[in-house]
Design a protein around this ligand. Structure first.
Ligand SMILES: Cc1cc2nc3c(=O)[nH]c(=O)nc-3n(C[C@H](O)[C@H](O)[C@H](O)COP(=O)(O)OP(=O)(O)OC[C@H]3O[C@@H](n4cnc5c(N)ncnc54)[C@H](O)[C@@H]3O)c2cc1C
Length: 496
């Protein structure tokens, strides 16, 4: 039986919303989908409803793919909404370590998070993921790299990767959608949740208690359940924040990761590139004890401009495995993690203001500076950049001075990290190394949850990227499993 409802032409919705459910899930990304999977796997009779503001997987298509890469601003965005959320068109790199892609280990402990990741990985395998694991076969070389990292006080994060690839990933999520529908999960597509329904009731001791009762969709329909999982992803993070403010659900400001994209000749990074799928190194800087990390390494790649919110120029990088676009350069991000405490609550604005400053200085383009000029405190010039082995791949970047953009603290953090990296892969601290600014990664505010991922409102669970708990496919999926199990355990406890 197929329980999929496309509400753009749905006739049976009225009958659906008069039904109450055991569990309602907001969002059909990896977090929501894996939660539904686990609920039905362990308790097939449970009535589970998913409301998803995007389309079913077979109806998702991004116009950018057929019109020469131009975003036409679909609402909702086909890349980030619909069944499997931001996962559908991703590169599908599943990180198999709790150190990468989220903070499950902070909540559950390292071993429990690792075990959950193995279990969610098994589900990807069940639905057809490639069995090959990358990044584990070069033990001798990895030991050598780790030894150097230790001397430089850097942590080498070993992260085995299962690579789905975009096409295969899409097929796997399509199979998961079919499985959920066959298992009897009701899925309403094109249905955004507008409000979480929360009621207050008085207890005998005179205290007032809140609890969740369901959700109200944007079209006014109401769906009831004693347990609601918010799995709304980055796409729904602002909405979820609004709900937190409206209902006093506890949350803390998220992190902002800010820094530069580094570009060097491939020769400088070759040993790391050849032996690790991606070199992930973390440093706590000696001066400020700030966390700085490498992220998203692109061998033979190109530095690129990306427009955040359509107009703010920020840096990113792409990799080309080979072929006509391959370059002689490797690029990667160096990001300083900034966490803020009370009373500041808008870290995204902070990151945006720094990026705006750099855009203002160079006509809405990206600033590039050699490391030699960066550490000497002077602006880079076309002439000085032409003296080098390295040819910049971002052609319209403006030679400039990053010290006019970054706070002193971030400048010091970046410089100290580059010297530390130089001990692992000599050549990084060369005068010719290029630093492009500003690279910034925003993360959702983090909802305060307990070990069951239940928020301060009983019955309301929050998981995945939208809750500020995860940042990647595998941890978001594992988070779904975990929340589902907590709900099942509570139900069992209640009926025992
Ligand atoms: C281009 C791209 C490439 C990526 N590549 C990788 C990668 O290779 N490896 C990796 O590990 N991670 C990758 N990621 C990140 C990864 O996709 C996310 O970490 C993961 O999808 C998060 O899962 P989630 O379930 O928490 O949220 P999402 O996948 O974002 O899903 C949330 C869902 O909730 C829905 N929703 C939101 N608000 C509402 C509402 N009010 N009502 C109803 N529905 C709502 C959205 O439409 C969406 O479908 C990539 C992300 C992007 C954008």
């Amino acid at each position: 039986m197929n329980h999929q409802h496309d509400t753009s032409q749905n006739t049976s919705k009225e009958t659906l919303h008069s039904v109450s459910y055991d569990v309602i899930i907001i969002g059909a990304g990896p977090g929501g989908a894996f939660a539904a999977y686990e609920l039905k796997e362990k308790a097939p009779s449970l009535r589970v409803l998913i409301l998803e503001k995007g389309r079913s997987i077979e109806k998702r298509a991004c116009p950018k793919r057929t019109n020469g890469g131009k975003c036409v601003g679909c609402r909702p965005c086909s890349i980030t909404t619909g069944f499997s959320g931001a996962g559908a068109f991703s590169d599908g790199k599943l990180s198999l370590s709790p150190d990468v892609g989220g903070t499950l280990s902070d909540i559950l402990g390292y071993d429990e998070a690792a075990a959950l990741i193995r279990e969610s990985d098994d589900i990807y395998l069940k639905f057809g993921a490639d069995r090959k694991i990358w990044g584990v076969d070069k033990e001798k070389e990895i030991r050598e790299i780790r030894a150097k990292a230790i001397t430089a006080n850097l942590k080498l994060v070993e992260c085995p990767i299962r690579h789905l690839g975009t096409e295969k990933g899409y097929e796997i999520y399509a199979a998961l959608q079919r499985h959920l529908l066959d298992a009897g999960v009701d899925i309403l597509f094109n249905t955004a949740v507008e409000d979480i329904l929360i009621e207050t009731s008085g207890a005998e001791d005179g205290t007032v208690r809140e609890h969740v009762t369901g959700v109200a969709a944007a079209d006014g329909a109401r769906y009831y359940a004693p347990r609601v999982i918010a799995a709304v992803g980055r796409e729904g993070a602002d909405w979820l924040n609004g709900q937190c403010e409206k209902f006093g659900i506890e949350s803390v400001p998220g992190t902002v990761d800010i820094g530069v994209r580094v570009e060097v000749r491939d020769e400088v990074m070759q040993f790391l590139n050849d032996n690790l799928y991606e070199a992930k190194l973390i440093y706590h800087t000696p001066t400020f004890d700030d966390k700085v990390r490498t992220f998203c390494t692109n061998p033979h790649g190109e530095v690129a401009t990306e427009y955040y919110d359509g107009n703010l120029a920020v840096v990113n990088g792409h990799a080309y495995a080979g072929g006509e676009y391959a370059t002689h350069n490797t690029n990667f991000a160096l990001l300083v993690s900034k966490n803020f405490t009370k009373p500041f609550r808008t870290p995204i604005e902070y990151g945006r203001k720094i990026a705006e400053l750099s855009n203002m200085l160079c006509g809405n383009r990206i600033i590039v500076q050699t490391f030699g000029d960066f550490r000497r405190g002077r602006r880079s010039t076309e002439e000085r950049m032409c003296r080098n082995n390295l040819i910049p791949t971002l052609k319209d970047a403006v030679p400039g001075d990053l010290s006019l953009v970054f706070p002193h603290r971030i400048m010091v953090d970046l410089e100290e990290m580059i010297y530390a990296l130089d001990k692992v892969t000599p050549g990084i601290a060369s005068d010719e190394t290029l630093l492009y600014g500003v690279e910034v990664k925003f993360y959702s505010n983090r909802l305060v949850v307990n070990r069951e991922f239940e928020t301060s409102v009983p019955g309301l669970y929050a998981i995945g990227d939208g809750a500020g708990i995860t940042r990647g496919l595998q941890q978001a999926s594992a988070n779904g499993l975990c929340a589902a199990r907590a709900i099942l355990a509570k139900k069992e406890g209640a009926s025992a």
